[in-house]
Design a protein. Structure first.
Length: 287
């Protein structure tokens, strides 16, 4: 049985000028736009720095909205690297950014698709509960992550984040479910405080993967400087392992931990054997 094809109505947002200060607008979402006419959309509140404005003052608004979020596709044309919170808490529909976008894109989203054709800022998909985010450039720190000071497991719960470039530090911070897949390199501490879910890094890691993790798995196909001493070698896995829509090939060293966070060691850290000859010393411990 095939699903019915959705006919989207498109709303196009074009910045009227280059934004020089942060612009916050959680209202740029199919959930908010659906069922409104262009005049109503233009009157939605927006913050430019500390100044309260309406969306129509910053963007030229064109097109037509769908009756429901499911039928609504928002297209942002141009570089909006200062624009924050786009797609926050959205439940369905689509957002496409034809350029860079700022922090907190897709924060707390529950469904739908966000496509970013440039780079993304910090906390992309932070605390998300569903949906898909795809970035064709780089992304910043704490992708899918919880906020500072929150307990472990308060990051993303469901959904998929795909990054085709490089990412910053602490991706998957505190995540409890879902999948993050990175084609490039990552900064330090991927999977810090995670309790579930999967992170896949096809490139190199700057260090300390899986710190304080109590569940879930982090898979790294590139180079890793070292393994935290609170992880123990468990096996060498020859078969591939799936992260999101992709199978990552073996052989992989499988480490369990972090014993400092939980003596049960339910976290799994899988590191490429071929890319990390310095880890061969761990093989002696398997006998």
């Amino acid at each position: 049985m095939t699903s019915e094809k959705i006919e989207f109505k498109e709303v196009i947002l074009k910045p009227k000028y280059t934004f020089n200060v942060p612009v916050e607008c959680k209202h740029i979402s199919p959930d908010v736009f659906a069922g409104k006419n262009l005049e109503e959309i233009g009157k939605l509140p927006i913050l430019e720095g500390n100044r309260r404005k309406v969306l129509g003052e910053l963007f030229k608004v064109e097109g037509e909205t769908g009756k429901t979020p499911t039928e609504t596709h928002i297209i942002v044309e141009g570089d909006v690297a200062k624009l924050r919170r786009i797609g926050e808490a959205m439940t369905d529909g689509k957002i496409t950014v034809k350029g860079n976008v700022g922090h907190y894109a897709g924060f707390g989203m529950k469904g739908g698709v966000i496509t970013i054709q440039g780079n993304a800022g910090l906390w992309l998909g932070g605390k998300m509960k569903g949906g898909t985010i795809e970035v064709f450039g780089d992304a910043g720190d704490c992708i899918g992550g919880s906020l500072r000071g929150e307990k472990s497991g308060k990051g993303m719960k469901k959904g998929t984040i795909l990054i085709h470039g490089n990412v910053g530090a602490e991706i998957g911070r505190g995540m409890s479910g879902g999948a993050i897949l990175v084609d490039g390199n990552c900064g330090p501490l991927p999977g810090v405080d995670m309790t579930g879910g999967s992170i896949g890094i096809k490139g190199n890691c700057e260090g300390k993967p899986g710190a304080r993790m109590t569940g879930g798995r982090v898979v790294i196909l590139g180079k890793v400087p070292d393994i935290l001493p609170s992880f123990y070698i468990d096996e060498i896995r020859e078969s591939p392992i799936k992260v999101g829509p992709t199978k990552l090939p073996g052989p992989l060293y499988v480490f369990i931990g972090d014993v400092v966070a939980d003596i049960k060691c339910n976290g799994r850290l899988l590191i490429s054997v071929q890319a990390n000859p310095q880890l061969k010393i761990y093989e002696e411990l398997l006998t």
